[in-house]
Design a protein around this ligand. Sequence first.
Ligand SMILES: Cc1cc2nc3c(=O)[nH]c(=O)nc-3n(C[C@H](O)[C@H](O)[C@H](O)COP(=O)(O)OP(=O)(O)OC[C@H]3O[C@@H](n4cnc5c(N)ncnc54)[C@H](O)[C@@H]3O)c2cc1C
Length: 392
Amino acid sequence: MTTYPMSDEDRAIQQRARTFVDEKLIPWEQHAEANGGEIPADDRATHGRMAKELGLFAMNMPTELGGTGMTMLQQVLVSEQIGRVTNALGWCVHTPPAWAPAVVSDHQMETWIKPTISGEIHECYAITEEGAGSDVDAIAATARRDGDDYVLDGVKMHVTSYNHASYCFFQGKIVGGPSEGAHAMFFVDKDTPGVREVRSPAYSHTYPDSHALVAFEDVRVPAANLIGEEGDGLAFTYEWFRYERLMIAARCCGAAERLIEEATAFAKGRVQFGQPIFSFQAIQHMLADSLTELWAARLMTYRLAENIDAGVDVKLQHAQCSMAKLYASEMANRVADRAVQIFGGRGYMRENVAERFYREVRVDRIWEGTSEVQRNIIADQLGKRGVQPLVG
Ligand SMILES: Cc1cc2nc3c(=O)[nH]c(=O)nc-3n(C[C@H](O)[C@H](O)[C@H](O)COP(=O)(O)OP(=O)(O)OC[C@H]3O[C@@H](n4cnc5c(N)ncnc54)[C@H](O)[C@@H]3O)c2cc1C
């Protein structure tokens, strides 16, 4: 456990999540890897139930809505432990859209958000398109007002968990009227006529969740499905990005910790040239660099979570979330690469944790904004604010 100053409650939450991951989730990794990410439905249901019983499900939601209302530091502590397990087995600890409760209508709260918090239904995000990835503002999807409805059109890419979702957050640009060209976000039930999965490509990781290409063709939804006002869509997306970037940083710290533990144990036991490979300085240095970088990333991530709990300025949060995501994701990729090297040929086998993480943490440098985009955000804030506010 960590020596970072935290309350007894924080430490208890951290320990609860760690025990759950170690005892219930990690034992399923190799089965999941060998079965396209799947484990038996009963066991998956058990994991979901346990996550709820342990108070880890919907940890980011207020207690009055049925969540467990954890502080941001506590959420980071849990996400870090979730990051220690491969194959998305940790996704049973679901965090519904943190930005939503403050902005949705009563109807939307009852229809989509509360059932998501209770785990009855699941959401997915349909924002990225063929021509709009890093440049979210380039989306071609449209939303046209027609009487009491909106008509939505567009083709979305990489829609994560589409196979498990019952509704999508769809982002499109308004066509016609005073808000022409503004971003807007909508709730769209998957069974609405005109919503169609085009295909579900394979990705590097072995996850049970798809990342589908989804077409929205003449999809008619009531105006009551618009979230907030026309023009609010991009702000919701940025808030989602900030939260996810912090949680990615936390999960990357967890992945790195697991990798260092496993690689160290292996290096102490593996004998070549008559001695454990841990005695070779080349191996020691890879582990020493990994440990040092993990500490730096963890301190940064915890501190940022505390800053958010303390309510620091949102622009500062935006830059610091980018710094934490950038550093922790690149750190985890370096650590995974070294771990594969330390395991040697075994590190190239899918039954080996280092091999799985080597593929899995790669996307952490891409999704929720690439490393290059994070650097752009950080540099932009540096130019506007100077050094001290960002790192002081
Ligand atoms: C597994 C996975 C799951 C995903 N899940 C979802 C999801 O659920 N919902 C969703 O909407 N999206 C999702 N995404 C999309 C993800 O957010 C985008 O892939 C990401 O934002 C990058 O966009 P892109 O892939 O189009 O790359 P591009 O934007 O085409 O970038 C290509 C390269 O150009 C670089 N580049 C682009 N612009 C700049 C710049 N200004 N300066 C420097 N370099 C630049 C990038 O860094 C990158 O190296 C997912 C992606 C993946 C891989």
